[in-house]
Write a protein that binds this ligand. Structure first.
Ligand SMILES: Nc1ncnc2c1ncn2[C@@H]1O[C@H](COP(=O)(O)OP(=O)(O)OP(=O)(O)O)[C@@H](O)[C@H]1O
Ligand SMILES: Nc1ncnc2c1ncn2[C@@H]1O[C@H](COP(=O)(O)OP(=O)(O)OP(=O)(O)O)[C@@H](O)[C@H]1O
Ligand SMILES: [Mg+2]
Ligand SMILES: [Mg+2]
Lengths: 467, 467
C-alpha cells in the first residue's frame, strides 16, 4: 500500500538541499555566506544607506578531517526588520519582503533560511539574531521546525536603543570545509565590492585577520523602483489575481492602474478590439473574458517597452572605476546598454572587457568571465550560463584579433532586471533567454571593437617608433 | 514600508517555473511529457506490471506563431490511484507517494502537478483524470488553486469497472512549440525504451501517426525495495524524527530497527562508546545525547556498505540488448558495477560504449553521451553533469586509441540510487559526488579497454590479411 503524504517547503529543501546549493562542505559554507551578504546589501541599498558590513568567520571545532564547525556572524547597518516579522523572516521558508516586482538580489524568500537550516541539521545550534529597529533592540534565539516549516522561538528579549542603531546581526554555526571555501568566499566579496564601491565590507577570517574592502565613493546608485507587471509578461493566473484585487474598478481604470505602460488610449483600443465596454465593472467579467483579455494583452504590439528608470544598473563610471581598481588593466572598454525586456520584464545588460596591464592570460585555456546578476557575483556552474555560451560559442573573437582563452583578457557581464531568469534555486547561472543573449552578444561586440581598435593603433605606433 | 508575506509552494513554482524546467515553449512541452511518462513507468514498475503506455499529442489551436495549443493525453495500465488521494496527487504541490527511501523516477512530489500547472496558466483548461482503481472507475476534472496550493475539484464521477482496468489516463492542454519539441520528445521516448525493453510505449503524433516501441521481452527487472536510512547518511534532524517515532523503544532495538546495516553487535559497540545503556528508553534521550548519537553513527567505520539488492539496475544483458537494438554498433562493451554509497545512499553505476556499425561520428566534435538516472534519459544541460566531466575532463582517451569526439562512438551512463543527487528540480543533470565520479571513471576505463582491445586485434587481423 503506497504511502501518500504532503511535505512542507522546509522539508522539501531539507531533503533536496543540493538543489539550493548546499551540496558539499565547501559549497555549503560558500552559499551560506553569500546568502547572508546578499541580504545585508539588499537591506542597505533598498533604504539608500551606505553599507557597513562586517563578516566574522571563526572555527569552533572539528566535525571530521574535512569538516570544520564554523561560526558565521554578519552585522549590517541595513535598517533592521520589524520585530513581528523576525521569526518568520528567519524561520519560515517561502517568507520574505522581496516578492514584489523590483530589482533586488533576493527573490525566493528562502536564502537566509536555507543557510541557517543547513547549520541546524549539521550542528544543532540555534540561530541568534540581534536587530536594531527604530527605537528598540531585539534579540531572538530561533530554530526551525522543519516538518511544519515554522520558527521555534527559544528566547526573545528587548531593550532600549539609545544610539538608534538600525541594523541586523545574524550568528549561527554550520559544518563546512573552511580552508577550501575561504578562497571562494574571498573572491566573492572582492567581486561584490568591485560593483559596489560605495560599500564598506570587512571580512574577519578564522585567524582574526581583517580583510577590509573600503568604500571608494560616497555615491550610491539610484535605487531601483517597484513597478507594475508589463502586459507582455501576463498569464491567466496573474490576470485572475489582479481581477480579484480590483473587483469594483471599471475595466479602463483597472487596465491603466494595474499594468505598466498602459495608458487610457491603449486601454480603450484593446477593450474595443475585445468588444468590452470601458465602464464594465471588473468583478462582472466571466472567466472566458478574462482569458481573452489575457491573450489580447500578451499579443498587443502597441505598448511602450518597459521604463528603464525602474532599474538600477551599475553604470559605466562605477563599472570602469571598479574594474580599474580590482584588475589594473592597460586598457578597458565598458558599455551599459539600453533597457530591453523579456517576457515583460525590463532588463539592462552591462559589459566590460579589460586587457593587459596586471592581467595575465588564463592558466587553463578557459576564458575568464566575471558574471553578475543584480550585482551578485556568480562563481559556479558557468558552463550552462548564457554569458558562457555567448563568449565561447557565439562571439567571433578572430574578428577582434583577441582570444580570451589565451590573451590577458577579463570579461565582465552584468544583467539587472526585475526578475533574473535563474535556472537554479542556488542562483548560479542565468537562462539563455534570446533577448538577453542578443544583448550580451551585441555589447561584447562593441567593447571588443574598442579594445581591438586600441590594440591595432598601439601596434602601428610601435611600428612607427621602430623605423 | 516593506511588504512581508508568505507564499505557497505552488505560488513559488508558478513564479519560478524556469527552475522546474518550464523555461520556454519547447522545453515546457518536453518537460510536461517526460514528467507524465515517468509517472506512468513508475506506477507500472512499482507493481511489477508490464507497462502499456499510450501518449497522444494533438494540436488544438494556435496561441501565436511559435506556440501551439497542445493537448497531451497519456494512458497507462499502472494500477491507478486510490480515489481519496487523486485530487491532491494532481493538485497539491509537494504531495506524492515517492517520499520513501526507494529507487524510483519520481522523487519531489511535484512533476506531474507542474506540468498541469503550466497548462492551466497558459490555456486555463481543467485537468481531466480517469482512474481505474480496483472495482471502480473514477473521473475527475481538477484545477489548481495556486495561492492556496490546493486542488479545486470541478467534477467527480464514479462508475463500475467490469473489465477491471486498473490504470490512469491524464489529459490537459498547454502552450508549447510542438514542432521543435517533437524531435526531443521522440528521442526521449526512444531512449526510455532502450533501457525498458519490457515496456510497450506508443506515441501518437499530431498527424495521427503511431510510433510504436514494442516490448522485446516479457522479463521485468527485479523491482527495487524500500530501505532504511544508512547511518552514514544521517543528520540531527533525521535522528530527531526517528526518535520521535520510536519513543517507547529501547535504544538497542531502535538502532537495529531504524537503520540499514546496524546489527545488535554493532549497535552495542556504538552505545558502549557513547556510555549509553542499550536498554535506555529512546524517549528519555536528551537533545545532547541525540547529537552525540548522530555524530557516532556518521563517523563509525564498522558498518557494512548498503545492501545492493534494494536497487534495480538495468543489468548487463538488458543494457546490451537495448544498445544493440537502438544503435546497431559493430562492437559494444558494458559493465554494471558493484554497488557503492555516497552519504549513506546506495548507488550502482552502469556504463557502456558502442563503436562503429551504424554509428556515425559526432557532427559537431562533441562526444555523444546517453545519460540516465534511475532509468530516466537526461537530454539537457549536459555541460554541468558528472558524466560530461568524466568523459571530457577526466578520461584519458588516447590510452584507448579512441576519441569519442571524432570517432563513431556512443557512451552510455546509468546511475541508479535511492536518491539521485540532481542539481535541479527539472532533473536535468547529476552532481559530481566524488564516489559517483570515481565509479563512472573506473567503469568507462574498463569498457574502453575492452573496445580498444577489440579494435587493435581487428587491425592486426586486417594487416595479416593484406600480407
Ligand atoms: N540583514 C537583513 N536586514 C534586513 N532584512 C533582512 C536581512 N536578512 C533577511 N532579511 C529579511 O528576511 C527576508 C527573508 O530573507 P531570505 O534570504 O530568506 O529570503 P530573500 O532574501 O527574500 O530571498 P532569497 O531566497 O532570494 O534570498 C528578506 O526578504 C528580508 O525582508
Ligand atoms: N500515472 C500514474 N499512476 C499512478 N500514480 C500516479 C500517476 N501519476 C501520478 N501518480 C501519483 O501522483 C503522485 C504525484 O506525482 P508527481 O509527478 O506530482 O510527483 P512524484 O512523481 O511523486 O515526484 P516528481 O516530482 O519527482 O515527479 C505520485 O507520487 C504518484 O503517487
Ligand atoms: Mg536572501
Ligand atoms: Mg512524477
Amino acid at each position: 500500500e503506497e504511502k501518500f503524504k504532503e511535505i512542507s517547503p522546509a522539508d522539501f529543501f531539507y531533503r533536496n538541499r543540493d538543489i539550493a546549493g548546499f551540496s558539499n562542505p565547501v559549497r555549503a559554507l560558500y552559499t551560506a555566506v553569500r546568502e547572508l551578504v546578499e541580504n545585508s546589501l539588499d537591506a542597505c541599498e533598498t533604504r539608500g544607506i551606505l553599507p557597513d558590513i562586517i563578516l566574522f568567520l571563526t572555527i569552533e571545532g572539528q566535525a571530521d578531517s574535512e569538516r570544520n564547525i564554523v561560526r558565521i556572524r554578519i552585522a549590517d547597518n541595513g535598517g533592521g526588520i520589524p520585530p513581528e516579522h523576525i521569526p518568520n523572516a528567519f524561520g519560515k521558508i517561502l517568507f520574505g519582503s522581496k516578492y514584489t516586482l523590483i530589482q533586488s538580489r533576493g527573490t525566493f524568500g528562502l536564502g537566509g533560511k536555507m543557510a541557517y537550516l543547513y547549520g541546524q541539521i549539521t550542528t544543532n545550534n540555534p540561530l541568534e539574531i540581534t536587530v536594531g529597529y527604530r527605537k528598540r533592540i531585539y534579540f531572538f534565539k530561533i530554530m526551525i521546525d522543519i516538518k511544519k516549516n515554522a520558527p521555534i522561538v527559544l528566547e526573545r528579549e528587548e531593550k532600549s536603543n539609545p544610539k538608534k542603531w538600525n541594523g541586523t546581526i545574524v550568528s549561527f554555526t554550520l559544518e563546512g570545509d573552511y580552508f577550501r571555501a575561504f578562497p571562494k568566499i574571498l573572491e566573492y566579496i572582492k567581486l561584490s565590492a568591485l560593483v559596489a564601491p560605495y560599500a564598506n565590507i570587512t571580512l574577519v577570517d578564522a585567524y582574526g585577520r581583517l580583510i577590509r574592502f573600503s568604500r571608494s565613493t560616497g555615491q550610491m546608485p539610484n535605487p531601483p523602483k517597484e513597478t507594475l507587471p508589463h502586459p507582455h509578461g501576463v498569464d491567466v493566473e496573474m490576470v485572475k489575481r489582479l481581477v480579484e484585487e480590483n473587483r469594483k474598478r471599471s475595466l479602463i481604470s483597472f487596465l491603466t492602474r494595474s499594468f505598466h505602460r498602459v495608458g487610457k488610449e491603449t486601454a480603450s483600443r484593446i477593450l474595443e478590439q475585445l468588444n468590452l465596454s470601458p465602464n464594465t465593472v471588473v468583478g462582472e467579467l466571466g472567466l472566458d473574458e478574462i482569458v481573452r483579455l489575457t491573450q489580447a494583452l500578451k499579443n498587443y504590439n502597441g505598448f511602450l517597452p518597459p521604463d528603464a528608470s525602474i532599474l538600477s544598473p551599475i553604470g559605466e563610471t562605477l563599472l570602469k572605476e571598479g574594474i580599474k581598481k580590482e584588475l589594473e588593466p592597460e586598457v578597458l572598454a565598458v558599455e551599459s546598454r539600453k533597457p530591453q525586456a523579456y517576457s515583460g520584464h525590463p532588463f539592462i545588460v552591462e559589459v566590460g572587457i579589460a586587457y593587459g596591464g596586471k592581467i595575465t592570460p588564463p592558466e587553463d585555456g578557459n576564458a575568464i568571465i566575471y558574471r553578475y546578476a543584480n550585482r551578485i557575483p556568480l562563481l559556479y556552474d558557468e558552463a550552462n550560463d548564457v554569458s558562457y555560451k555567448v563568449v565561447n560559442k557565439l562571439m567571433n573573437w578572430k574578428r577582434y584579433r583577441m582570444d580570451p582563452r589565451t590573451d590577458p583578457v577579463r570579461i565582465i557581464v552584468h544583467i539587472c532586471s526585475t526578475k533574473i531568469p535563474y535556472k537554479t534555486v542556488g542562483k548560479e547561472y542565468v537562462a539563455d533567454r534570446p533577448e538577453i543573449e542578443r544583448e550580451i552578444l551585441n555589447g561584447l561586440r562593441n567593447v571588443s571593437r574598442e579594445i581591438s581598435f586600441y590594440l591595432s593603433r598601439k601596434k602601428s605606433m610601435e611600428r612607427e617608433k621602430r623605423r
